[in-house]
Design a binder for this molecule. Structure first.
Ligand code: ADP
Ligand code: MG
Length: 252
């Protein structure tokens, strides 16, 4: 479980988050949605301690993120940031291997190598494993970063807009993989998504943010409703049920 209480954040004199209170239960996929600038990345950065906590309290699996040693936290939670800088003269397999760092701290063991190989396979990177990162397309690079994050082997996985640059095939594959690891391995996935239909199709729960606050949170069916979506995004959209699934018509 991730518990966030009374969290506010001010940067450069501007209020970025305002008294955020949120519980993300253990297990399954929780989608974090909301307009640009709502504070989604800022909240993820605080949970993953990429940004120091200024007020309030955040715990992950009972560990307070501001006082637990990074080494310990890195075995519990992994994050893929929205715009991670990556050294380009690195091969895909090496990058993915970095995900194992909290475990081996320098040198991959045979078991680490097996996990890296499985992640390369799982994210359809087998053929690219020896390529340098700077020779990849945006989507291939994004997949390598997601594979690195998974390789860390943590129970909690935070992903900030991992579908960026992915084509429909790979976006769908990634969401299905997340769904599967949530279901089969009891992992807790917190994922920032812009495509509301991926959230509708694959998330157990949706948390919506706007103007630095959580404005809606609940089971997917309770959030994927025209009135709730309009209150979050500020324009009307249709919600239809197609072949048993909710689909949001927001482009028309
Ligand atoms: N270092 C910073 N200094 C000042 N403002 C920032 C900083 N980082 C982010 N912001 C502002 O905080 C708000 C929330 O940003 P962010 O968390 O990235 O939103 P989201 O991920 O929901 O698009 C935005 O208005 C952004 O401009
Ligand atoms: Mg963001």
């Amino acid at each position: 479980m991730i518990e966030i209480s009374g969290v506010s954040l001010t940067l450069g004199g501007s209020g970025i988050l305002n008294d955020v209170n949120l519980t993300v239960p253990k297990g399954g996929v929780t989608a974090l949605v909301g307009p640009n600038g709502a504070g989604k990345s800022s909240l993820l950065s605080l949970i993953a301690r990429l940004q120091p906590l200024q007020s309030g309290r955040i715990t992950v699996d009972g560990l307070a993120v501001d006082t637990t040693p990074s080494r310990e936290l890195a075995k519990v939670m992994a994050i893929l940031r929205q715009d991670p800088g990556v050294a380009s003269r690195l091969r895909v397999a090496e990058l993915v291997g970095f995900g194992r760092f909290p475990h081996h701290r320098g040198r991959l063991t045979a078991q680490d190598r097996e996990i890296v190989a499985a992640s390369l396979e799982q994210f359809d990177l087998g053929d690219l494993s020896l390529r340098f990162i700077d020779t990849l397309s945006g989507g291939q690079r994004q997949r390598a970063l997601v594979a690195m994050t998974f390789c860390q082997g943590t129970d909690y996985i935070l992903l900030d807009e991992p579908l960026n640059n992915l084509d429909m095939f790979h976006a769908r594959n990634l969401m299905r993989t997340l769904r599967r690891i949530g279901d089969e391995h009891g992992k807790t996935v917190l994922i920032v998504l812009h495509d509301i239909n991926h959230a509708a199709a694959h998330a157990d729960r949706i948390v919506a943010m706007k103007d630095g606050a959580v404005v809606a949170s609940g089971d997917t069916e309770a959030i994927i409703r025209p009135d709730v979506l309009e209150s979050i995004f500020g324009f009307p959209m249709l919600v239809e049920r197609v072949a048993g699934r909710l689909a949001v018509l927001h482009h028309t």
